[in-house]
Design a protein around this ligand. Structure first.
Ligand code: PEP
Length: 257
């Protein structure tokens, strides 16, 4: 099965809404100049919540091929949850994707696999695609337990999802030791865990789910290393942090071929 690659730029807590518009415009011009075919490689930006309305406005006004999403979502529908943002609110803003379970949310906000699974479910219920993040820390990698650790996260996050729901998800394998460190996993490291995740989806569901789900690699991806990682069979794109904040660099990543 051919899976359309996705290059998703996680801006984290960077760029205000003016800067967001400028970056998206520059990204669009750069990709248009290069005659980028979005059917060939999907391009997504994942700005902070406060930028999403501005990104939506410029993407719609200029009929861009770029899609966008959010970095997190509340597990709750509405009500007394100060500071939280619901899936319905994000859907209303035109979000295609919602990142759930990023390692920074797991580390600084204590999110566990069960919560990550519930957030994936509310995103799916609102007809958005969750990008479910997983990946081991340095201690686990040093012990050689990266596959077992990451698969346990997958088991936990997919626990409440049906096969039809699982098929609509995207998974991002992001070894924590490679995020924002400049320490990129080798293409073989990425393939080892991505292939194991795909095999686990076949066990949990069936081959059609395993074939359909796009599995991204994330961790210090740049234009200089993306092609080697994308050459691996089970890697269907990248979740890009730092390098997505520069339009030309991110456009070059999207045009990795
Ligand atoms: C990320 O934040 O998901 C990420 C992969 O960051 P970076 O590309 O900066 O390592």
């Amino acid at each position: 099965m051919t899976r359309t690659p996705i290059m998703a730029g996680n801006w984290k807590m960077n760029l205000d809404h003016f800067e967001a518009v400028a970056l998206v415009q520059k990204l669009d011009w750069t990709l248009k100049d290069a005659k980028h075919d979005y059917e060939d490689v999907e391009v997504a930006v994942i700005p902070p919540f406060t930028d999403i309305r501005s990104v939506q406005t410029i993407v719609d006004a200029d009929k861009m091929g770029i899609v966008f999403g959010a970095q997190d979502v509340s597990e709750h529908d509405s009500g007394a949850y100060t500071g939280e943002i619901s899936a319905a609110m994000l859907k209303r803003l035109g979000c295609t994707y919602v990142v759930v379970g990023h390692s920074e949310r797991r580390e600084y906000h204590g999110e566990d696999d069960a919560l990550v699974g519930r957030k994936a479910k509310v995103a799916l219920d609102a007809e958005m695609t969750p990008i479910i993040c997983c990946g081991e820390g340095l201690d686990v990698r040093k012990e050689g337990r990266q596959v077992e650790y990451t698969l346990a996260q997958i088991d936990g996050a997919f626990d409440g999802l049906s096969a039809d729901e699982a098929k609509k998800t995207v998974i991002a394998y992001e070894p924590v030791w490679a995020i924002g460190t400049g320490e990129v996993a080798t293409p073989e490291d990425a393939q080892e865990v991505c292939a194991a995740i795909r095999a686990r989806l076949a066990e949990l569901y069936d081959a059609s789910v395993a074939d359909a789900v796009r599995i991204l690699y994330g961790g210090s991806v740049k234009s200089s290393n993306v092609a080697q990682i994308m050459a691996k069979d089970d890697v269907d794109g990248a979740l890009v942090g730092g390098a997505s904040l520069k339009a030309e660099e991110f456009a070059a990543i999207a045009r990795f071929k």
